[in-house]
Design a binder for this molecule. Structure first.
Ligand SMILES: [Mg+2]
Length: 328
């Protein structure tokens, strides 16, 4: 096992991070003091950042490739929620002595795989040592045509509410990782993959520009994140439970334990998009989603008021579980 501490921090960057910048000429191979971002005329640059800490958001024993990919993907999901096309990112790794060069190599290989998949490049990085926990932070940059970034604040009374993909898999996957949920083999793999490697909706997000009146990515849980739209748009949202799209794995988990409904609606870690659309734009939305082979499902409507209500098949409001946001 290579000892990271025989390598200086410059060597770590040169060996493991610099190759990730080879497709970004204005990152200068990470040999300069900073990188250059040159937006196309008429573009806005959209920026987001997430930091994660060992034993809070992940475990030091988790596969480094998966930790890297989740860190990158949650940021790409935030860009997607703004309608931005991802372009580049910066990463900072604060490493305790227990983390060796093999860990850094595997972390970088996880990033390399996702760079190819999502068309982004590293443009800068830093590694520093600490006596504290392993901490990672990533800043992602995307582009939108000027003034078109989607926001949480534009939902209007009468709009329909949509989500992409299926809801609840990430939170059920976390339960499966912890051993609190014991689905059959294939379904277990599916749910854990959805938790560890969420699929940021990087192609759908930009296609929602000009269609969605508001958008957010679902990280804290469907109900909590729709509430963010209500708060910023000053509206109410009614969700019809029967319309919420569930995977086969989530349906069978729910069939065994109805209490998992709370996890599905409030558990978080979905990284799907939730957005509002004027009903006059339904056809165009479905056409665009279809062209991307993206699943979008209408789950409710926007009305006057201030809160999210989930209603059952009879239209009766259900008692909402408390926001279920939780980490390790
Ligand atoms: Mg977000």
């Amino acid at each position: 096992m290579a000892d990271r501490h025989n390598l200086g921090e410059f060597d770590l960057i040169r060996r493991y991070l610099a190759p990730l910048a080879s497709d970004a000429p204005l990152a200068f191979g990470l040999t300069d003091d900073a990188a250059v971002i040159r937006p196309e005329p008429g573009d806005d640059i959209v920026v987001t950042k997430d930091a994660i800490v060992s034993n809070v958001h992940f475990l030091e024993s988790d596969p480094p490739e998966r930790v890297a990919q989740k860190l990158l993907r949650v940021n790409l999901s935030d860009l997607a929620a703004m309608g931005a096309e991802p372009k580049a990112y910066l990463v900072a790794a604060v490493l305790p002595r227990s983390v060796d060069a093999d860990w850094v190599a595997a972390f970088a290989s996880g990033l390399a795989e996702d760079q190819r998949r999502f068309g982004v490049s590293l443009i800068g990085g830093d590694t520093v040592s600490t006596d504290g926990p392993l901490s990672l932070s990533l800043t992602a940059f995307g582009r939108v045509p000027r003034g078109t970034a989607l926001k949480r604040s534009g939902a209007r009374v009468g709009d329909d509410v949509y989500v992409s993909g299926t809801i609840g898999d990430g939170a059920l996957g976390l339960k499966a990782v912890r051993g609190d949920l014991k689905p059959g083999g294939d379904q277990r793999d599916f749910l854990i993959r959805r938790y560890q490697r969420p699929e940021p909706r990087v192609t759908l997000g930009p296609k929602l520009i000009g269609l969605a009146s508001s958008a957010i990515d679902i990280s804290d849980g469907l109900v909590a994140d729709l509430q963010h739209i209500c708060d910023t748009s000053r509206c109410a949202i009614t969700v019809e439970l029967a319309r919420v799209p569930l995977s086969e794995a989530a349906k069978s988990a729910l069939a065994q334990d109805i209490a998992l409904l709370e996890t599905i609606l409030s558990g978080g870690d979905d990284y799907e998009l939730a957005f509002t659309v004027d009903p006059s734009k339904t056809e165009e939305l479905l056409h665009r989603a279809d062209s991307l082979h993206a699943d979008v499902t209408k789950i409710g409507t926007v009305s006057d008021g201030g809160n999210v209500t989930v209603v059952d098949r009879n239209g009766a409001p259900m008692a909402l579980p408390a926001p279920g946001y939780c980490h390790f």
